[in-house]
Design a protein around this ligand. Structure first.
Ligand code: CP
Ligand code: NVA
Length: 304
């Protein structure tokens, strides 16, 4: 009997206990400990990474994670592949499955990732789509907990575009049991289907157009670029989003020990002022580092 590969596509598809296990494994690797007695538990395993969009953190952290766990990687871009000449995602999935043990894909539409996963015989990992960015959230949860302890019951505020990161934060709120407060302009509202799903799961999700209301008493303030990869109408976005810039005045409404997070890349004095991004409340470099450790947990989980 062929078993279904253990994909990592959306946080909502993975049980809370499994997500916690992934983070625990990431923390174990970060401490330099062995997994079940193995220092290199992915020895001899290979990961293919398909990038239809640019990347710094995701590309480098997955490659280094795989190598440090004993495995190898192949990095692919569609215009160098037969996908660029019309070979289907389904056929690509079938072929890559004969060579590698897992496939990570960064792409535009979620349907492409879903097609890859449905035809792959090996685990598929979502390396970001227009829809979501679950790998980033695993690093973000790890980072929050390193600085402030268990995220369960805490209050996280999102200010800015209701984008792919927002969806993954909303799903994380349900899976890790924290309150999510969202401040987005009505024209760039957070995904309602994700809010409905998380609310059905028992999560507290507050959606407002007022950044002050969202940030009041928050344990963590998060934002992201105003113009995501593939977005158009940058000027219009800047106009809509400028009231949502995270500055020190806004941070001062949050809890006294609130931290600031950003998945990066950041644009100083656009979505966040330089003094906040580079200031004492910001944990962005730990957050970026934790992509490496959290993804070791994801890889070990997918390939175990
Ligand atoms: N945060 C993040 O995914 O960064 P990259 O686009 O550099 O991979
Ligand atoms: N929302 C951003 C995240 C980058 C990691 C984008 O999709 O471009």
């Amino acid at each position: 009997m062929i078993s279904t590969p253990r994909h990592f596509l959306e946080l909502k598809d993975v049980a809370s206990s499994e997500l916690r296990r992934i983070i625990d494994m990431g923390a174990l690797f970060k401490r330099g400990e062995k997994l079940n007695g193995a220092a290199q538990p992915l020895a001899g395993r290979a990961l293919a990474m398909i990038f239809e969009k640019p990347s710094t953190r995701t590309r480098v952290s997955f490659e280094i994670a795989m190598k440090q766990l004993g495995g190898s990687v192949v990095v692919l871009t569609p215009n160098e592949m037969q996908i660029g000449r019309g070979e289907t995602i389904a056929d690509t999935a079938r072929v890559l499955s004969r060579y590698v043990d897992a496939i990570m894909m960064r792409t535009t539409e979620n349907d492409k990732l879903a097609e890859l996963a449905s035809f792959a015989e090996v685990p598929v990992i979502n390396g970001l789509t227009d829809h979501s960015h679950p790998c980033q959230l695993m690093a973000d949860i790890m980072t929050f907990e390193e600085h402030r302890g268990d995220i369960g019951g805490r209050r996280i505020a999102w200010c800015g575009d209701g984008n792919n990161m927002t969806r993954s934060w909303i799903e994380a709120a349900a899976r890790f049991g924290f309150e999510m407060r969202l401040a987005c302009p009505p024209e760039l509202a957070p995904p309602q289907d994700a809010i409905d799903w998380a609310t059905d799961q028992g999560a507290t999700i507050v959606s407002t157009a007022d950044p002050d209301e969202a940030v009041d008493g928050a344990d963590c303030v998060v934002t992201d670029t105003w113009v995501s990869m593939g977005d158009t109408e940058a000027d219009k976005r800047h106009n809509l989003l400028s009231p949502y810039r995270v500055d020190q005045r806004l941070m001062d409404r949050a809890a006294n020990d609130a931290i600031f997070m950003h998945c990066l890349p950041a644009h100083r004095d656009e979505e966040v002022t330089a003094d906040v991004l580079d200031g004492p409340q910001s944990v962005i470099w730990d957050e970026a580092e934790n992509r490496l450790h959290a993804q070791k947990g994801i890889l070990a989980w997918c390939l175990s």
